[in-house]
Design a protein around this ligand. Structure first.
Ligand code: PLP
Length: 403
């Protein structure tokens, strides 16, 4: 029997040592594990673990217990109510999630079929990164079946359809069941950005989508104190052979602390969404009958162009809306300045109401002709409705619009 020797420790040795915590009772909250690496008891164990990746924790870029716990929670929410399996990865941002989801399934020469209007950052990613790497982008109205079928038939290199629903900032809804069915018929993968809906309102995997993307920065965290993203799939092979491999090599994992913040936010997701959706509905109705408002983009109004689709695939109609204000840019600026309860900020999905001017902010880089064609005018204002008392919000807008 080998006698274990007890190493002698001087002052410097004790300082340099990694202190192991003794867990005497189970913590109530998810622990944060800020460790770069995990250690092995022997070289044999290390060799065995390295040969069988992923599985056991090795290095936090590959996987971390805090991060995995939260990724798996979001993945389960996406398939809740169905028999589908779910696999998830938590990334450092929503943009990282979009890049990871698409890059891991695309090769040079492939084509992404998508909508003419998307979150501005996504369009810029397609133009500046994917196109540079030899990936072509084709834009079309994804609800136009005839056109989509023609494009799929005539472009055999279409490898992925990227869908954002509701669309930022015009709030059109893409018919998920329909587009996923067409994609499957043509052996094309579907990637859905579900940031605006969250799995509480829409579960794209259950409509046949292959990959779901989130910017957790928005509703999933919900408090504006964290940046993150998620990639979810029900396809085990796609997850282990493509997504996880790219994830560990790109180094886009969320930090354990960000994961912990996202988990804190997730705990109140349904309650926040219920109130925020209800507030948005009332605010949309208020704007709809206001003489200073030309147009209200809100999928919950039966005047909205895709209300019928929204009713079919959303539990509620979301907490985002956009309005066209009567007046030019100078007048719009003047009105927004009068608001006391709405903050101008380039984000959404927080507890307080946020406003943004898409034409000069989120969609600044969108070509002018697409902006005009898609209704991103100088008088368009996007509103992310918060948890405030709805009468306070309506009074605030009423006052600003009357000036
Ligand atoms: C719909 C949508 N997807 C993705 C993103 C990118 O997310 P992030 O800022 O977390 O990278 C945004 C950001 O606003 C968004 O609105």
């Amino acid at each position: 029997m080998v006698k274990k020797h007890k190493a002698k420790k001087e002052f410097e040795t004790l300082c340099a040592e990694n202190t192991g915590a003794e867990i005497l009772s189970r913590p109530h909250q998810l622990p944060i594990y800020p460790t770069a690496a995990f250690c092995f008891d022997s070289l044999e164990e290390g060799i065995e673990i390295f040969a069988n990746q992923p599985g056991v924790h090795v290095y936090s870029r590959y996987g971390n217990p805090t991060v995995e716990a939260v990724a798996s929670k979001i993945a389960k929410l996406e398939v809740m109510g169905s028999d589908l399996p779910s696999y998830g990865l938590l990334t450092s941002s929503g943009m990282a999630a979009i890049f990871l989801g698409l890059d891991s399934i695309l090769r040079t020469g492939d084509i992404i079929l998508t909508q003419p209007i998307l979150y501005g950052g996504t369009s810029e990613l397609f133009e500046k990164i994917f196109q540079k790497n030899g990936i072509k982008i084709i834009n079309t109205d994804l609800n136009d079946n005839k056109n989509v079928i023609t494009l799929l038939k005539n472009n055999k290199n279409i490898r992925a359809i990227f869908i954002e629903t509701p669309v930022n900032p015009t709030l059109e809804i893409v018919d998920l069941l329909n587009i996923c069915k067409l994609a499957k018929l043509h052996k094309v993968l579907t990637v859905v950005d579900n940031t605006f809906s969250t799995p509480y309102l829409t579960q794209p995997l259950q409509f046949g989508a292959d990959i779901v993307i989130h910017s957790t920065t928005k509703y999933l965290h919900g408090h504006g104190a964290s940046t993150g993203g998620a990639v979810i799939t029900s396809n085990r092979k796609l997850f282990y052979e493509k997504l996880w491999v790219s994830y560990k090599l790109l180094g886009c994992i969320a930090s354990p602390f960000e994961a912990w913040l996202i988990d804190i936010g997730l705990k109140t997701l349904p309650q926040r969404m219920n109130v925020q959706c209800q507030n948005a509905f009332k605010l949309a109705q208020f704007f709809n009958s206001h003489p200073k408002i030309i147009k209200v983009n809100y999928p919950g109004l039966n005047t909205h162009s895709t209300h019928r689709i929204a009713k079919k695939q959303m539990k509620r109609f979301g907490a985002m809306l956009s309005i066209e204000i009567k007046g030019n840019l100078i007048q719009v600026k003047r009105i927004l300045k009068k608001l006391k309860l709405c903050t101008i900020a380039p984000t959404l999905g927080e507890t307080s109401t946020l406003i943004l001017h898409p034409a000069s902010m989120s969609h600044l880089k969108t070509p002018k002709h697409i902006k005009e064609q898609q209704g991103i005018k100088d008088n368009l204002v996007r509103i992310s409705v918060g948890l405030e008392n709805i009468n306070d919000l309506m009074n605030d807008w009423d006052y600003a619009l009357s000036q």
